[in-house]
Design a protein around this ligand. Structure first.
Ligand code: ZN
Length: 293
C-alpha cells in the first residue's frame, strides 16, 4: 500500500453526531481493545475501514466524510481505486506540457485523500472503462482483482468494507464490476464480524437533489436509480446514514475540489452551496439488506 503524505491539518473537523455513528459502525462486533489517542478514554478501538472504488473521485463523493471521520477517530483507513480514470474527460487547458489525464487524476486523488486525512491507498491500475472486461478472478494466482482485493482484506482485517452495490450506484459498468469483485473478495477473506456496505442514497435526499442528478447526467447506460434494483432506498432501509453539515461538509467539498478535473464543471454549474447540498449525504445499505423492511 502506498502511504499518502500527512494531512495538511493534523485534526480533521469532526461532527460529533457523525463521529458517534462512525465509531459505532467501526467498533460493533469488535472486542474492546486499547483506545486510540483521539478517542474518549475507555472507548473501544475503531477497526479498520476499507473502501474499494473504481475511479479517482468515487471515494470522495460516496465516502469522503466517512473516511475523514474514521481517520480522525484513529481508525486505519485504506482506499483502493481500481483505475486511474484515464477516460474521465480532458486535461484542462493550460496544464503543463506532457501531463496526461491518468497522471493528473492520480495526483488529484492523492490530494483529496490528504485533505481527508487518509494515509493509505492502493491503485490497482486496471483500465478505465474496461473493468467489466477484466476476468473477475484474473489469471490463476494472485494477479486477478478479486484475489488482490482479498489479499488487502486479509492483511487489513477491516471492520467495515464499503463499495458500490451491484447497481454500480450510477450504473457505470466499472462500478458494477468493482462491486462484484469486492463482494466475492469479502466472502473469501473478511474476518468474522466484518460488514460489507454498499453505497446508497435515501429517497428524501434523492428528492432534494434529483434536479442536480438530472442536470449533471449522473445515471449512465440508462440506469434507473430509483428502480427496485437502484441505489435509492427509503431511510429505514439504510444501514448507515451520515448527514453532513458545517466543517465536515466543508472538508468533503474541499476534497472534491481537489478532483478539479472532475468537479470544476459541476461546481461552476451549481455554485458552491448547491454543490455542497448535493453531496451532503453519505448512505449505505448492508449487502444483504437491499429489500426495504
Ligand atoms: Zn466512478
Amino acid at each position: 500500500m502506498t502511504s499518502v503524505p500527512a494531512a495538511t491539518e493534523a485534526a480533521a473537523p469532526v461532527d460529533p453526531e457523525v463521529a458517534a455513528v462512525v465509531l459505532d459502525l467501526l467498533t460493533a462486533g469488535r472486542a474492546a481493545a486499547a483506545p486510540p489517542a483521539t478517542a474518549p478514554a475507555g472507548a473501544p478501538s475503531p477497526g479498520p475501514l476499507l473502501g474499494v472504488w473504481a475511479h479517482p473521485d468515487d471515494e470522495t463523493y460516496l465516502s469522503g466524510a466517512l473516511m475523514a471521520t474514521a481517520a480522525h477517530l484513529g481508525a486505519r483507513v485504506v482506499c483502493v481505486t481500481a483505475t486511474r480514470g484515464e477516460l474521465g474527460g480532458l486535461v484542462p487547458p493550460g496544464s503543463p506540457p506532457g501531463l496526461t489525464l491518468d497522471r493528473l487524476r492520480v495526483a488529484e486523488l492523492a490530494e483529496a485523500l490528504d485533505v481527508l486525512g487518509v494515509r493509505e491507498q492502493v491503485l490497482l491500475g486496471l483500465p478505465d472503462g474496461g473493468c467489466a472486461q477484466v476476468a473477475p478472478a484474473g489469471p490463476p494466482g494472485p494477479a486477478g482483482p478479486v484475489e488482490r482485493i482479498a489479499g488487502i482484506i486479509r492483511e487489513l482485517r477491516p471492520a467495515v468494507v464499503v463499495t458500490f452495490g451491484p447497481d454500480g450506484f450510477t450504473g457505470h459498468p466499472d462500478h458494477r464490476a468493482v462491486s462484484a469483485w469486492t463482494t466475492t473478495a469479502f466472502a473469501r477473506a473478511a474476518p468474522d464480524g466484518a460488514r460489507l456496505l454498499y453505497a446508497a442514497a435515501s429517497t428524501d435526499h434523492r428528492e432534494r437533489t434529483r434536479d442536480v442528478d438530472e442536470l449533471l447526467g449522473i445515471a449512465v447506460d440508462g440506469a434507473d436509480l430509483d428502480g427496485d434494483d437502484g441505489p435509492v432506498v427509503p431511510p429505514g432501509a439504510l444501514a448507515v446514514r451520515l448527514n453532513l453539515a458545517g466543517r465536515l461538509l466543508e472538508r468533503k467539498v474541499a476534497a472534491l475540489r481537489a478532483h478539479a478535473s472532475q468537479t470544476a464543471g459541476a461546481l461552476a454549474a451549481l455554485g458552491p452551496d448547491r454543490f455542497a447540498g448535493w453531496v451532503a449525504e453519505e448512505a449505505f445499505v448492508d449487502h444483504r439488506g437491499r429489500v426495504s423492511p
